[in-house]
Design a protein around this ligand. Structure first.
Ligand code: PLP
Length: 287
């Protein structure tokens, strides 16, 4: 079965899927995206992902390319045509293609819409969660609107690549004052000695993670205390537990930060519980 990609109104074979060389996403990073988990042939937290997509478009004043039901249909069609039961669906909207110019184009330039679905074995993150992952800290070098999910991911690529070279699977950005902002592609959390969960409050410096929002719901239902405040890298290294959250990894325990073990160097009970409970609290929609 060949993979099918949605590009600007057409479902095309993967090898033929293309956007224009003067697409503003390609040339200027003038594009936003979403990644939504597909699990057991269903979409996880679709409404929250679509709300964030809408917000990202609004913040950048990219016109909405189509109605919400039409976008929902495209995602489902791509998942169906690629027979993805477990994996992720990726949606990107750029401001469109036109002669390269810093100014926003006129209404004749319409947004580019691309949608791909990819099968990912659920066993891989499940196995990683049992052992936990290592993270490496990196200086925060990103821009001032990290709350918008743009495709400008070069700092994240550089950070992840540096982490991988040291055997770590995620990078944590650390600001000038020593506070962890977030992961290169995840939100960052720690658990202190009292069992209180700590994560950075939302602001322009981090992405409002959909998984983060659902984990907050789980914490509330499970009556686990949460404090939203910035935490230092040194606090993470002496925390009882640490973990990251993202749509493709849900809750992933962190067992080492810059080579130093977190807690007893094994996945902790809070991260493990949150991972187990996550899909009971996430919104699940049919395809
Ligand atoms: N922070 C950043 C920088 C990300 O790129 C991501 C996901 O890609 C997240 C946080 C987690 O967001 P979500 O839970 O919506 O996947």
């Amino acid at each position: 079965m060949s993979r099918i990609v949605y590009v600007n109104g057409r479902y095309v074979p993967y090898g033929q899927a293309a956007v224009h060389v003067e697409d503003r996403g390609f040339q200027l990073g003038d594009a936003i995206y979403e990644v939504c988990e597909v699990r057991g042939g269903r979409l996880i937290d679709e409404a929250r992902h679509m709300a964030r997509l809408d917000r990202s478009l609004g913040e950048l004043r990219i016109p909405r390319p189509m109605s919400a039901p039409a976008l929902a249909h495209v995602m489902r069609e791509v998942i169906r045509r690629n027979r993805v039961r477990d994996g992720a669906v990726y949606l990107q909207v750029s401001r469109g293609a036109g002669p390269r110019d810093f100014y926003f184009p006129g209404p004749e330039v319409v947004p580019t819409v691309v949608c791909l679905a990819r099968a990912l074995s659920p066993e891989v993150p499940a196995a990683r969660a049992l052992s936990g992952i290592a993270v490496k800290s990196m200086p925060e070098i990103r821009w001032g609107r990290c709350d918008i999910k743009t495709v400008m991911l070069l700092p994240a690529c550089l950070a992840k690549e540096a982490a991988r070279k040291e055997g770590a699977s995620e990078a944590w950005f650390v600001d000038g004052e020593g506070y962890v902002t977030e992961g290169a592609s995840s939100n960052a959390w720690i658990v202190d000695d009292q069992g209180t969960v700590i994560t950075k409050p939302l602001g322009t410096d981090i992405l409002p993670g959909v998984t983060r929002a659902t984990v907050r719901d789980v914490l509330q239902k499970e009556q686990i205390s949460l404090v939203e405040r910035p935490f230092l890298l040194s606090e993470a290294q002496s925390a009882r537990e640490a973990f990251i959250t993202s749509a493709t990894q849900t809750v992933m325990p962190v067992i080492r930060v810059d080579g130093r073990p977190v807690g007893d160097g094994r996945p902790g009970p809070v991260a493990t519980l949150l991972r187990q409970k996550f899909h009971q609290f996430a919104a699940i929609s049919d395809i």
